[in-house]
Every structure is written in structure tokens, then in C-alpha cells.
Design a protein around this ligand. Sequence first.
Ligand code: PMV
Length: 329
Amino acid sequence: MTRASAPGKIILLGEHAVVYGRPALAVPVTQVHVDVDVSDSARRGVWIHAPSVDLHEELNALPSDHAVASVIHNLFFLTRNLHSPSGRGAGGEGEFPDLEINITSSIPVAAGLGSGAAVTVALTRALSAHLNYGMHDEQVNAFAYEIEKLHHGTPSGIDNTVITYARPVYFVRNQPIETLKVIEPFTIIIGDTGVGAPTKQSVSDVRKLWEADKTKWERVFDEVGEVVQAARQKIETGDWRLLGGLMNRNHELLQEMTVSSPELDTLVSAARDAGALGAKLSGGGRGGNMIALVEKENATAVAGALISAGGRRAWATEVAATIAKPTLR
Ligand code: PMV
């Protein structure tokens, strides 16, 4: 059996503007993860089990653009001409190997925590390793980006990048990945509105705004970029109060982009009222999650305030300099 895992992620600052070439900061969230096991099957076919989404199907029963099926088809295509020592190279003449693939995930879906990219990364790693088709992180990341493009239109690539490398990143589209240096661990509360919101929709709505008035929106994106640059510096020097203020400003700019929502604004205000140093929506917006920067001793109070204000779930995650790489066994 071959197993691989991938963590969830949150975007600290810079979402949406990152699609237009501005920088963004994102960090892995290791409390939630996707685990994929691949083993040889005694029966014919490629059997996929993903109990958290009630999926138990043979590959060919799934539409080829299905999130899981598209990863498998594209990976089989990549490895097709492979002559693997174990003889498990995928498919001479269109033949697929017989496999059982088990996918378990604790990452909530459509909540801005990167569940789709984490499934792609973990599945790519487990399947490629099982087929003896070695892939470096760069290859996994590039492959996962192609898959993200199939499903999300014009993604920046930030999700697949932070999840593949499983460390805090300073990300600029189409640029080499830069590690975000974290001077000391800091605490973020993640608050879930409970409202599922497809990122594709908010990204496409922001594009419409931009197309209607590029001068205005380029200026807004520039300001997001400046906020992100300043925030990077605060994280590198440990200036948490100023970082909080920058998160608040980023939330205002996201409101201007129309990607916040009443539920997100309620949770953001509740976090600030409970003593958070700053709070903002995180990810595509319109629903999903918000994040709040807190002093450790205040974490329980802020999480409690989010639940009292209607949040579905609130939990703390620590952002640290070095995050263990996902395991591959
Ligand atoms: O909703 P999420 O967490 O997948 O975040 C998407 C981030 C955006 O900037 C809105 C889109 C992108 O591709 O970068």
C-alpha cells in the first residue's frame, strides 16, 4: 500500500488580488488533512472510496471531469509510457492497473481551506509513488495547478503551492515560490460561517468588476499588494499589532471587491470586539471562513465569541516557521 497526505491551508492576506499578479501570504493548516491510500486490487478496475463525500465508484462510472477522476486520468496519461520495474506502470494500450484508492479528508469542502487542492496533491503523490513514477514537489505542484485550472477557471496557483510545499509562503503568480519567514509562532482563529461558497463565482465576479473599470481595480489591487508586503515584514519582525491592522485593512478592500458577506462581516466584527488584533475573510469569500489574529491567551475568548455570533465552528491554529512535510510511506 502507498499512502500520502496533504494539509489544509488558509490565505493570510492577498486573496483575489493575487489572481492579478499581486503577492499573497498563505500557510498550511496541519490539523486538517487529506490522506490517500493506494493498493493493488484483486478485482478489475480502479475503485475509488471517499466516505466523507459518500463516493464508492469505479473510475469509468465517474464523469471524466470529476475532481478525483480528472486527477487519475491525467496521471495515467502522464505515466502511460512508463516501463516500471514492478510492472505496475499504468496502462499499456489504454489499460489501467487494478487499484483500490481510499481518500479520507477532515478538510471542510468549499470553505476556503483548500480541500480540492489537498485531494489533488495527496492523490497525485500516492498514485505516482504507487506506479513508481517519481515526482518532485515542483512536478506535483505543476500538475496540481493544471488540475486546479480545469476546475476553477483562472486560479492563481496559491492553493496548490502552499499545500504541496506545506510551509508558509509568500506567493506571486508565475514566480518561484518564496518561503515566508515566521520569526515566532503566532495564533490564528479560523471561524467558519457555515455558508458554502464556490470560489469560482467570486473570482468571476471580481473579474467582471475589473473588466468594467480596470484603472480603479488595478489601484485597489495595488493597495492589497502594499498591505501584503507590509504584513510580510511584520511577520518577519513579530509586530503582531500592526499585522492585525493590516488584516483589517485587507478586509475592507475585500469588502470593496464585494466578496464579503453579512455572515463574514458579523464574525469579523465579533472577533475584533472580543479582542482580536485583526480579522478578515480568508479565501474566495461570500461565505466559508474568516480568520482572526489573536494573542494566545485570548484564543478561547475569541473562538467563543465567534460561536456566539453564529459561527458554525471556530478553532485555533498556530502558524510556525517550519511545518513538517506531509508523509509519504
Ligand atoms: O477559496 P480559496 O481558499 O480556494 O481561495 C481562493 C483564493 C483566490 O485568490 C480568491 C483565488 C485564487 O486562485 O488565488
